[in-house]
Design a binder for this molecule. Structure first.
Ligand code: C2E
Ligand code: CA
Ligand code: CA
Ligand code: CA
Length: 277
């Protein structure tokens, strides 16, 4: 139903079907959401499993929609990726993450902030330059950022992904493979890419104290990561038993509802004070 005019503008005719009607309005709503300040930066603490020290946080976006209320990322991130809107959203998340990181540092909390990247971000040639500019504006070292990439985002276009990741890595930022074990299983990229961290997907962690198969997968992933000189992080820790088991297996860091759900960024200092107490 969309037609491109000879001046390049896309026009939609009345015969447009319902689903494209819906997605057109979702895209409009997403675009407006940035201007209307409807996105919120939530963060989830990342913790050393041996000492309990908080060393980082993962930025997770929330959309507070005027009518629909809290919209979770699973409901709009895939759409944002398809339409390319994700690039704007990623820049928003990076900006807010840098701002929070700087505020926390000023209060003596030096946490590394992890930001999720999508396929589209990896194909964005401007990303490394924009990122360097961000670091300069907030006077942050590249080491205060970790960028999380999924295996499937890499495998979408491995050659271009590698180029972008090498440029980012050369700047000194940490790179993490997210949802490890759930994507295309090509371990070869682990050898080639300048990765610092492996994140074990929560599907293997959630119920691992009752599931021998999960425990074996987690144990092997920790060993694989360590053999390759990587930091290993587990997500989805919902109980003390799982924390203890992961610590015994030598997993370096973890995050999960047992320690904290994702919370609004401006509530993190209060959370940190309680955690230390
Ligand atoms: P992810 O990157 O794998 O993030 C981890 C998800 O697990 C988060 O869901 C988090 O709230 C949830 N989680 C953390 N601890 C636990 C736990 O103990 N138990 C359970 N059951 N879940 C836990 P969330 O925030 O709904 O985000 C879902 C996904 O949406 C993320 O998965 C990520 O792929 C995407 N996403 C979120 N924010 C962003 C963003 O700013 N940019 C991009 N590109 N993607 C994002
Ligand atoms: Ca992530
Ligand atoms: Ca994950
Ligand atoms: Ca995930």
């Amino acid at each position: 139903a969309a037609k491109t005019r000879n001046d390049g503008a896309v026009v939609y005719d009345a015969a447009m079907d319902k689903s494209s009607d819906k997605s057109l309005s979702l895209l409009t709503e997403l675009r407006n959401a940035i201007e209307r300040n409807e996105f919120r930066l939530f963060v989830q603490p990342k913790i050393m499993l041996d000492t309990g020290q908080v060393v980082g946080m993962e930025s997770l976006v929330r959309w507070v929609h005027p009518e629909r209320g809290n919209v979770f990322p699973d409901e709009f991130i895939p759409f944002a990726e398809q339409t390319g809107f994700i690039r704007l959203l990623t820049r928003w998340v990076m900006e807010k993450s840098a701002e929070l990181c700087q505020q926390l540092a000023a209060q003596g909390h030096h946490l590394k902030v992890s930001v999720n990247l999508s396929t589209r971000d990896l194909l964005d040639q401007d990303l490394p330059v924009k990122f360097a500019d961000l670091l300069a504006r907030y006077r942050l070292s590249p080491g205060s950022f970790c960028l999380e990439i999924t295996e499937s985002a890499i495998m979408d276009d491995p050659v271009r992904a590698q180029t972008t990741l090498e440029r980012l890595s050369n700047m000194g930022v940490d790179l993490s493979i997210d949802d490890f074990g759930t994507g295309y299983s090509s371990l070869a990229y682990l050898k080639r890419l300048p990765v610092n961290e492996l994140k074990i997907d929560k599907s293997f962690v959630l119920n691992m104290e009752n599931d021998e198969g999960d425990t074996k997968i987690v144990r092997s992933t920790i060993d694989l990561g360590h053999n390759m000189g990587l930091r290993v992080v587990a997500e989805g820790i919902e109980s003390e038993a799982v924390w203890r088991l992961l610590a015994e297996l030598g997993c370096d860091q973890g995050q999960g509802y047992f320690m904290s759900r994702p919370i609004p960024g401006d509530q993190l200092v209060a959370w940190l004070e309680k955690w230390r107490a």
